[in-house]
Design a protein around this ligand. Sequence first.
Ligand code: 9MR
Length: 383
Amino acid sequence: MSSLIKKIIVANLFFFTSICCNNKTHEHTHSKKQTSSLKNTFHNDFFIGAAINQNQILGQDSMAKLLLKKEFNSITSENNLKWMYIEPSPNNFNFVISDKFVALGEKNNMYIVGHTLVWHSQIADYMNEITDSVRMANYMESHIRALVGRYKNRIHSWDVVNEALNEDGSLRESIFYSLLGEEYIENAFRLAAEVDPKAELTYNDYNLCKPSKREGVIKLVQNIQKNGAKIDAVGIQAHWNLNDPPLDEIEKTILAFSKLGVKVMFTELDVSVLPNPWELEGVDENQNFQQFEGNTKMNPYPLKLPDSIQVQLTKRYEQIFALFLKHQEKISRVTFWGISDKQSWLNNWPIKGRTNYPLLFDREYQKKDAYMGIINQKKQTQF
Ligand code: 9MR
């Protein structure tokens, strides 16, 4: 069975009418007008998404607006749907930006991703003061009901729980875990499914190509399934660098999650080219890295990415996409964490004020070599 037909079968009615039919239209127009773009190139493989910031949602970044429409068929809100912004005080919701985000996705016929419902970070302050479990459970429930309910049948996929695991695969001591126990995870999924049964529900996390954390996710998903709650996908964030994670670990991760019967989504892809402070001797990962701000060794390419590194970045993206294409039947979405290098969070993490080059479009919104590199990977599979 062709992958397109498979995708049509697994997709819900909404996608069938709005997205898959649109895909067919694209196929017809291909013969007339060959518009090369990311979304057209990978059209039969997976959605190609971008995380967008507030300016971009509001249409204030005109170059990004053009690229978004031309190149991408999925959007994720980088920050605006997070708890601290959307429910800054109990039951006081601010949907101004999120409504515009969803409208933008609908206008462009995109697969819209809600990021994120339950996450220990970027939480509203009042949440940190809660000490009793009933109150916490009520807040979590009303938050999920309000967001999923408002965008029922409009937001196609929710990152229901984000980053619930430690690096060793155990459960993180978040405010949710410490007050509600591990059931908070399956309860969040159960609630989201009850409110919008058609939405694709995802567990999303980083460093999932590390064996111990990968195993943690496998247990977490199996637990949700065993207890009868619905989970549709695992989101592998994919904040990667030039050498890490190794391709074979990425492949093992795709295979392991897909074996669970869920879709695999790459939800936050970017490839850092800068050194990490914890790679230096005597520096550990939990340290405050403020001391490295302004350190030229840690910010080696402030003006331009040297050709030799551009070549490495292109090669890395080519290898990553060759692997994604090999497993396209298992992968339903690949989302970049930003449109251009200018916007990337990696300019300010883990050290503030650096110049990083992790995406496919440069600071002037021009295509980088990696862009053509990944398009060529697809072309090669067609011969
Ligand atoms: O890109 C986001 C950045 O603008 C925010 O300051 C940051 C706050 O924690 O969150 C970033 O996005 C994160 C995402 O929500 C979850 N996975 C890791 C992403 C990068 O930190």
